[in-house]
Design a protein around this ligand. Structure first.
Ligand SMILES: NC(=[NH2+])NCCC[C@H](N)C(=O)O
Ligand SMILES: O=C(O)CCC(=O)C(=O)O
Ligand SMILES: [Fe+2]
Length: 337
């Protein structure tokens, strides 16, 4: 039942050439203007290969598939340079084309946005192993499994889709993808999961320690700290009760204390997700787009070498509707929540 919900498209040589040509037309886009950048990528996205546009339109209009892998984008391994061991990456111009590629695809699903409290407010994130963070619950971990999660599950303005473009993965670290077969839930458990009986806290990527000091964001970090001190009660399932969306992150979520029925339903849905977990080892030039309302994702452990050849992904958050976050953004053209 699950397979149709994870689709893979392998680009042909001709399609890949089309993409390279398109990227060349964007070489003059100003690097310092996010608005100009997004305006141009939005227009250019209409010139991505037809098969890609068809798949992404389906994902957006029909909620299917839940995850899409596009393989075969060309990555110039010399050009991108060594995998950094710090963030942000020191030579951003070297991976400009990869960031543009992510933004082009984001434009077909919605709008790219970033967090003032994550990865120094950058629009496109670097996911790479960082010394000292091997066992954290962060994208920068390696030795420990990054447990499956809804991206930014704690936040009401979390993304509709998350995009991950693989630049390098010689370790063949495995990305996990999953969703529960809800037909296996009892009506009682389903009803429980549809109620706000679960506490959710922010993950540690949204802390001042993970970001360069920036006075402008002080109130943003304070808002996150507040969400940690006074966690919100949320439902795991929401939307259409017959065909609900999903919001779950066991590392940062727990049933309300003493709520035995909430605990039972939670353990059941967690097991359903685990039983059907799928494994994808992204290769250089593979793009993964995940519907963050319909699928969880994570990453299996791997061994980082910190030798400039480590696994490296670029990540983007995508919303279907920027207006939902307007009051949380400084201006209509700001893309930071
Ligand atoms: N179970 C979790 N939610 N872990 C945090 C996920 C990784 C986080 N999004 C990051 O950027 O590092
Ligand atoms: O490394 C991966 O494959 C997934 C990373 C991830 O989920 C994250 O950084 O939030
Ligand atoms: Fe994630």
């Amino acid at each position: 039942m699950t397979d149709l919900q994870l689709r893979t498209v392998a680009l042909t040589h001709e399609e890949n050439t089309e993409v390279d040509d398109l990227l060349r037309t964007l070489a003059d886009v100003p690097v310092d203007s996010t608005v100009a950048l997004l305006h141009r990528t939005r227009l250019a996205a209409q010139e991505l290969p037809l098969r890609i546009r068809t798949e992404l339109t389906g994902m957006r209009l029909y909620d299917s598939p839940r995850a899409l892998v596009v393989t075969g984008f060309g990555i110039d391994d010399d050009r991108i340079g060594p995998t950094p061991v710090t963030r942000p990456a020191p030579a951003p111009e070297r991976t400009r084309n990869q960031e543009l590629l992510l933004l082009l695809h984001a434009a077909l699903l919605g709008e790219a946005f970033g967090w003032a409290t994550q990865q120094n407010g950058r629009l496109v994130h670097d996911v790479l192993p960082i010394p000292g963070e091997e066992t954290e619950q962060m994208g920068s971990s390696s030795k420990a499994e990054l447990l499956w999660h809804t991206e930014d599950a704690f936040h009401p303005l979390r993304c509709d889709y998350v995009g991950l473009l693989c630049l390098r993965n010689h370790q063949r670290a495995v990305t996990t993808l999953g969703w529960p077969d809800l037909s296996r839930l009892t009506p009682e458990d389903r009803a429980t999961l549809l109620e706000p009986r679960y506490l959710i806290r922010p993950d540690t990527s949204h802390t001042p320690e993970q970001n360069a000091a920036d006075a402008q964001s002080a109130e943003r970090f304070a808002a996150i700290a507040e969400m940690d001190d006074t966690p919100e009660h949320v439902a795991v399932l929401f939307g259409d009760p017959e065909d609900p969306y999903l919001r779950i992150d066991p590392a940062y979520m727990s049933p309300a204390p003493g709520d035995a029925a909430a605990r039972r339903a939670y353990d059941t849905i967690t097991t359903l997700i685990e039983d059907a977990l799928q494994y994808v080892a992204l290769e250089a030039g593979s793009l993964l787009l995940v519907d963050n309302y319909q699928a969880v994702h994570g990453r299996k452990p791997f061994v980082a070498a910190y030798d400039g050849r480590d696994r490296w992904l670029k990540r983007v958050n995508i919303t279907r509707d920027l207006r939902r976050s307007r009051s949380a953004r400084q201006s209509a053209t700001s893309l930071l929540v």
